[in-house]
Write a protein that binds this ligand. Sequence first.
Ligand SMILES: [Mg+2]
Length: 123
Amino acid sequence: MTNLESILIVDDDASLTKVLSGELQSVGYDVQIATNGKEALEKSEKGFFELILLDWKMPGMDGLEVLKELQKKSYPGKIILMTGYADLNVAMDARRLGASDFLSKPYDIDELLITIRKVLHSE
Ligand SMILES: [Mg+2]
């Protein structure tokens, strides 16, 4: 299978990261996982990911705090924020802090793949 872009999944929900990483790997993406914000920032410094799928609600640093740190470093990859809470303010903050898109959980894998392709191949 051809190797597609590399994606970092950041989520404190271990069963979600397990299922989602399997789904993304099965279509050819190169996937890594971080289970908290600190680990996400460490991994994003060590390697480049074309896309970071970032959970909002996490213990410790939440997704918006991670976004702020990535924005400070002018992180060149794309970011999609994921949340189980449909909150318009969070969606607006996410955009302001550089997220390309916003997805609600539970995610639909087909919709997620379409959004990933759209975000990766936009400008
Ligand atoms: Mg969470």
